[in-house]
Every structure is written in C-alpha cells, then in structure tokens.
Design a protein around this ligand. Sequence first.
Ligand SMILES: *[C@@H]1O[C@H](CO)[C@@H](O)[C@H](O)[C@H]1NC(C)=O
Ligand SMILES: *[C@@H]1O[C@H](CO)[C@@H](O)[C@H](O)[C@H]1NC(C)=O
Ligand SMILES: *[C@@H]1O[C@H](CO)[C@@H](O)[C@H](O)[C@H]1NC(C)=O
Ligand SMILES: *[C@@H]1O[C@H](CO)[C@@H](O)[C@H](O)[C@H]1NC(C)=O
Ligand SMILES: *[C@@H]1O[C@H](CO)[C@@H](O)[C@H](O)[C@H]1NC(C)=O
Ligand SMILES: *[C@@H]1O[C@H](CO)[C@@H](O)[C@H](O)[C@H]1NC(C)=O
Ligand SMILES: *[C@@H]1O[C@H](CO)[C@@H](O)[C@H](O)[C@H]1NC(C)=O
Ligand SMILES: [Cu+2]
Length: 593
Amino acid sequence: MAPLKSFVALFAASLLPSVYGRHVPFELDLTWEVGSPDGNPREMIFMNGQFPGPELRIDEGDNVEFIVHNHLPFNTSIHFHGIEQQNTVWSDGVPGLTQKPIQPGESFTYKWTATQYGTYWYHSHARSTMADGLYGPIWINPKPGSPQPFELISNNEDDIRAMRRAEANPRLVVLSDWDHLTSEQYQALQQYSGLDVFCVDSILINGRGAVHCPSADEIYSYETPYLRGAIDNKNLTDKGCYPNIFKTQGNFSYDESKIPPGVNSGCVATKGSQEVIEVDAREGWASFKFISAAFMKSFVVSIDEHPMWVYEVDGHYIEPQLVESFSMFNGERYSAMVKLDKTPKDYTIRIPDTNVDQIIAGFATLSYKNGKDLGPSKPYVNYGGQNVSADVVALNVKSLPPYPPIKPAAHADKMLNLTLGRIDSSWQWTLQGNQLYDIMANLDTPLLFDLDARKNLGSKLTPSTTNGTWVDLLLQMGEFPNTPPIQAPHVIHKHSNKAFIIGFGQGFFNWTSVDEAVKEAPGSFELENPQLRDTFVTNALTGPAWMVLRYQVVNPGPFLLHCHIETHLASGMGVALLDGIDKWPEVPPEYAI
Ligand SMILES: *[C@@H]1O[C@H](CO)[C@@H](O)[C@H](O)[C@H]1NC(C)=O
Ligand SMILES: *[C@@H]1O[C@H](CO)[C@@H](O)[C@H](O)[C@H]1NC(C)=O
Ligand SMILES: *[C@@H]1O[C@H](CO)[C@@H](O)[C@H](O)[C@H]1NC(C)=O
Ligand SMILES: *[C@@H]1O[C@H](CO)[C@@H](O)[C@H](O)[C@H]1NC(C)=O
Ligand SMILES: *[C@@H]1O[C@H](CO)[C@@H](O)[C@H](O)[C@H]1NC(C)=O
Ligand SMILES: *[C@@H]1O[C@H](CO)[C@@H](O)[C@H](O)[C@H]1NC(C)=O
Ligand SMILES: *[C@@H]1O[C@H](CO)[C@@H](O)[C@H](O)[C@H]1NC(C)=O
Ligand SMILES: [Cu+2]
C-alpha cells in the first residue's frame, strides 16, 4: 500500500539522527511565589524564577533529560505537548496513566528523544495547575536537509536565505490567559455554584499583560450578531463576560449568588506591563512561533500592518498561506514568517479573544531597531477579535495541507465513537457520551504499571487498539438533555503521535462507517493531503456537528485524548487510549513505581 509506506518511511527517517543525537540536560526548579503578570499580585508557579518557563531549544534527534525539582506546596507532573514520546511513554507526564504525581520536595527526570522538528511546549498535567503558570516553550530545529516550504513563499534567493536564517533563530511567543483566582479556587467555584465559569482577567503575551476595562458602550460595539444571539440580546458584563442564561449554562440548577464579585463582573483596570519583541529590518524576515498556553480562551493573532505567511502548524510544515489574522485555540501552535519591510517604528501585536466566549484582548509591541516615534500603527483586528474591514484576510483553517504532502491509509481498521457534551451539571463535560473521566483516578496505580486499575475508569473510558493498525476517532458534538443545541468549541488534544483530520460536517454522523460516509458524502472528506495535527478544534456553534480523525498506532502505551480547556478536562472530558495494548513496553527499572 503506497500511501502507508510513505508515511512509515517518513517516520522511520526521522528516527535516524537520534542515534547521533546530543544529550541535552534541562533542569527546572518549580516554586510557588507571588507574581503579578498583569499588574495584579497573586501566588503562582515560577520555573527557575521565571514565568513563562525557560525556552527549551534543541535539534531534531537530541536526547532530552528534563529534570524537575518540585518545591511547590502540592504535587505536580509535566507533559510535553505534541512530543510523541516514541518508545518513552513513561515520560508523557500524565498522573494516573504514566506516572505517580511528583510530591512536594521530590524530583523526577523525563527522558525523551526529539523524533520530530517543530514548535511544542511543556506544561503541568496535574489537575488544572497549568493555569497557575506552569508552562514554557519548546522548539526543535529540523535536521539539516529537511524540506522547508520557503520556495512556496518567494523565488528570490536572498529572501529564501533570509527565511532559512529566520527559521533557524525564531522568536517563541507564548500566548496565555490569566485569572486572579488560583486554579484550585476556580475549579472549586464551579462545584460550589453549579455554574460553568469561563471568564478570565487578562491575556498575556510572554507572561506580560494588563487588565483592560472598556466602557459598556465599547464592549457592546464589539459584539457580533452571532454573540448577541448567543446571549439573547442581554449585555455582557464589564469584564466582557457572558450572562448566565439557558444558552450558556443549560437547564441545570445553579446559584449565581455564590459567584463572588470580581469573577464574572467587577473589572478593575491595572497598568501591568507589555512585551516588546525587537526586530532588525536588516534581517529581512522574522519567524514568530506562537504557542497558545491558554487554559480557557481562544485568540485571534495579528501584527499591525504586517501580513504573515503561516507555514508551520502544530509542529509540522504546511503549504504557506498569506494572511493578516488567524485564530488559535488552547495548545495549538502556529508559526508565521513575516517580512520586515515596513517603516522602522513600533507596531502593535493584537491578541483579542475570538469573540466566541468573552470580549477581552492582550497587546505586545513589535519594535524595529532604530525606529522612529511615528504614532500608533493601523490594526487589522479590533478589541473584539473582529477584522476592521471586509478585505482583511483570515487564515482558512479548513485547509492546511502538510508540506511535503502525506497521505493516511485509505481505510481504518477500527473506529472509536465519541460523543461530546454536557452531562449532570452545566460545568461537567464528557468526551464519551455518558461517562466522566476522573483525572484523580489511579494516582497510585498508573495504568502503564497496573492495567487492572482500568476497572476504576471502565472500558468505555479506556478503549484499546492494536499496534500498527489505523484508527478513526469520530467526534460527535451531540444533543444532551437540559443543554442548548449549540456548544462552544472544544479543543481535543491527542497525546502520542499526531492524527489526520480527514472529515467534518454539520449535523449528525448518520452513516454506519467512515467508509460509507466517504462514499456518500465525499465533499466532507479529505484523504489526499489532510491536516496533520495534535490539537483538534470542534465547531458546533450553530448546532450539532461531527469530525473524523485518523491515526496509525505506532507507539504502544496509555495515552490521553482530552479537551484542553482546563475546566472541561478537570470535569471529565477525556478518555485514555490504550494504544497497541498487544505490545506494551517493559518499563525501565529507573521508572518503576
Ligand atoms: C496530589 O495532590 C492532590 C491535591 O492536593 C491530592 O488530592 C492527591 O491525593 C495527591 N496525590 C498523591 C498521589 O499524592
Ligand atoms: C446594554 O448596554 C448598552 C450600551 O451600553 C445600553 O445602552 C443598554 O441600556 C444596556 N442594556 C441593558 C439591558 O442593560
Ligand atoms: C471581515 O469583516 C467583514 C465585516 O466587517 C465581513 O464581511 C468579512 O467577511 C470579514 N472577513 C473575514 C475574512 O473574516
Ligand atoms: C508498533 O507498530 C509500528 C508500526 O507498524 C512499528 O513500527 C513498531 O515497531 C511497533 N512496535 C512494537 C513494539 O512492536
Ligand atoms: C429548558 O427549560 C425551558 C424552560 O423550562 C424549556 O422550555 C426547554 O425545553 C428546556 N430545554 C431543554 C433542552 O431541556
Ligand atoms: C441524520 O439524522 C437526523 C435525525 O437524527 C436527521 O435529522 C438528518 O436529516 C439525518 N442526516 C442525514 C444526512 O441523513
Ligand atoms: C455513535 O454512538 C451514537 C451514540 O451511542 C450512536 O447514536 C451512533 O449511531 C454511533 N455511530 C456510529 C457510526 O457507530
Ligand atoms: Cu471542552
């Protein structure tokens, strides 16, 4: 089977340099201290005294030894988002699946090989403590000779050389959302009030930001017709947050009076600080690798007056697209190649929310070396995430073909049928239809070490696959009792290797198999060169919808598939894929528990 062969060949080739890879030690001291990223002090996590954590920049093939010293007052773990952990499942960092949590005062060493190039990030996978600041960027420089898509951007040799230089020395830009409550307080508030809480205080760029409080008129002016419909023409709060109505909370019982002032409304502006990214026009081009470390929000990314070639998505090159803005959801990475040919001065980098769940924005500055003070730059998007004119070009997220092309198998060996929605309360979300995944299960008996512990989750939350086979994941955004017909986007993240997005459509997936659907609705499928991702954004904003992902099982072990919105994961939105259960590895003695 030709397509299969090319996929496997690519995969095998990427393993070769690991034999010669450098050994790269990287040490993180985690501490719990007062910080004020947006000008408002609270206790938070620092990494080697920094926030966000230090950059891990390595070469494809390197062997990473990532040592974590936990000085926090609570247990933790670290996951490497998008790192496939080929043959090192014990370093995937998921309590209950691949390790016991790292206790306060203890250390843990993760070891993995950089079998891929691209942009990734590390973050806590213990409860929702990622939202307390435990995240940092990873960038893996491709091995020499790797095909790069820059000839598709320009045929000028100087430009191509400048782009290659920019790619070899990129700016890593961590985007995140920030709240003045700790993750524990935030989660507890949902249980206490019965409400799905999804309001934040600020948007940070490389850990810097401010609390903005636009006037009610201004907030109102940024509302799209869709948003007005979604809130029944009620008003947003002064923090740009949603009112609690059926369309946002469902028909469950809750007590709004249990939400303290300041959480959903009660905006208090702070000056905070602003990130400045310096560029030199003599470089010709700059590469910005945007990483969304948001625990809740989705962003629109744009740099005033600078079109961007989006050329790498979730750690994989794509056929470049020239755009002026694009959206980014939790855990996604988008790289943009930007020509530095504008008048040397300061330009605003705007990171508003997508408008789907809050009106809020963060700002940074792109500053040309030796620039003049020539006043403010002209925006492509406004504070509400909307383009300022109809001719602003946004990324077409439905078509992001990998470069060079890669083809999945034409048929899968198995399909897992997953249904997404709310059950039991307005804040509890399922990925499986009727059961909630308990992130606190098996903390002392992780599945990798004790497969019997599977019974604590049940077979529906621990589906298994056979090594080497191809698997389809059908995601159906379903209809549930007491819930509205629409669902805000979920951001499904797959641990281990990436998957292809082979199909999506509106309504219900009524066919009995994916093969039948491909035959009857070919327009809903892409099997030639589909997107290869580790993060999958669902869209059920106008009603039920479905999506089909296809991947090959190549890396035996227990791997989580879950929503990357932290409150959704904490409430139960996950399943443990017991991949290649016929070939689970023997765990090295140093990792024995
Ligand atoms: C980790 O911390 C959580 C929260 O404090 C606690 O419930 C859990 O029991 C701890 N797990 C272990 C294995 O120590
Ligand atoms: C909503 O906000 C607008 C703009 O500030 C204001 O004119 C209107 O009275 C508000 N409506 C309600 C119901 O508060
Ligand atoms: C930009 O906004 C206008 C309305 O101002 C809309 O008609 C147009 O479709 C939008 N374009 C994109 C690419 O989103
Ligand atoms: C699992 O399957 C992949 C793909 O066929 C293969 O490369 C790998 O060696 C297999 N792993 C084991 C442990 O058999
Ligand atoms: C929610 O409650 C309203 C009012 O009681 C009712 O009309 C509606 O049918 C309910 N919707 C669902 C999905 O249960
Ligand atoms: C799928 O089933 C639903 C009823 O559950 C029906 O309304 C819809 O028309 C069907 N769609 C197709 C494509 O058959
Ligand atoms: C998936 O599961 C849902 C809910 O149980 C069911 O209605 C649907 O028919 C299933 N779809 C397939 C293709 O098996
Ligand atoms: Cu979700």
